[in-house]
Design a protein around this ligand. Structure first.
Ligand code: 2AM
Length: 194
C-alpha cells in the first residue's frame, strides 16, 4: 500500500483556506489547474511510497515513538508558493523547527522499519492545493492571491499515517483518495523537540 506521514489541519483552518481558494478559482487560468479536493488537504511529513504490509506493525511502533517524543506545536496557514511550473501550494508559519523535526523523525521511523525511502531532500513545508494540468499556466497570480492567506493559529497535536489510493488511470478529474490508517498524539515535553 502507498503510504505517507502527514499533519492534517483542523476544519476551521481548512475553511479559511477554502475561502482564499474561492477567490483563486475565479482567476484566469484556473481551469488549467487540477485543484486538490478538500478531504485530501494535508502537509506531507514523509512520503513512503509502496510499503509492504509486513512492515506495517513495525512502522506503527516507530511512528508512535516519534509522536511520543515530539511536543504539540503551533502552526498557521500562511501565504503560498509553487514548485516550478507543476504545483501550487499553501505555506505555513509558526513552529517550523518542530514541524521539521517531526518530518525527520517520521522519515527515520520509516527507514528503521525497513521502508526504502528516497534520498533526503530539504524539507519544505507545504500543502499542495493544485497541480498544473495545461502547460503554460502562469502560477504567479495564484501565488499573489495566496499572499492574503493568514490563517488562525492551531496547535498540531497529532501525527497521521495516511494511505493514498491512486485514481484509475485515464479518468479525467479523478483524484487520489486518502484514508487515515492511524493517528498518534504528540506527547513530547514542551521544549523537548530537539
Ligand atoms: P506534494 O504535496 O508535494 O504533491 C501523497 O502523494 C503526498 O506525498 C503528496 O502530498 C505528495 O506531495 C507527497 N509526496 C512526496 N514525494 C512524493 C512522490 N515521490 N510521489 C508522490 N507523492 C509524493
Amino acid at each position: 500500500m502507498r503510504l505517507f506521514a502527514a499533519v492534517v489541519p483542523p476544519p476551521e483552518q481548512l475553511d479559511e483556506l477554502g475561502h482564499v481558494l474561492d477567490g483563486l478559482h475565479r482567476l484566469p487560468g484556473a481551469d488549467g489547474l487540477r485543484w486538490a479536493s478538500r478531504p485530501g488537504w494535508h502537509l506531507t511529513l514523509a512520503f513512503m511510497g509502496e510499503v509492504d504490509e509486513e512492515l506495517l506493525p513495525e512502522l506503527r511502533v516507530r511512528l508512535a515513538r516519534a509522536a511520543h517524543r515530539t511536543p504539540p506545536f503551533p502552526l498557521r496557514l500562511h501565504g503560498g508558493g509553487h514548485f516550478g511550473r507543476r504545483a501550487l501550494w499553501a505555506g505555513v508559519a509558526g513552529d517550523l523547527d518542530t514541524l521539521r523535526i517531526l518530518a525527520e523523525r517520521s522519515d527515520a521511523a520509516a527507514r528503521r522499519a525497513g521502508v526504502a525511502m528516497d534520498e533526503h531532500r530539504r524539507y519544505q513545508a507545504h500543502l499542495t492545493i493544485a497541480r498544473v494540468r495545461a502547460e503554460g499556466v502562469d502560477l504567479r497570480p495564484f501565488v499573489d492571491g495566496l499572499g492574503g492567506l493568514e490563517g488562525t493559529r492551531w496547535e498540531v497535536g497529532e501525527l497521521a499515517l495516511v494511505r493514498s489510493n491512486l485514481p484509475v488511470r485515464g479518468v479525467p478529474g479523478e483524484q487520489p483518495r486518502y484514508e487515515t490508517v492511524d493517528t498518534w498524539a504528540l506527547e513530547g515535553p514542551a521544549g523537548g523537540s530537539g
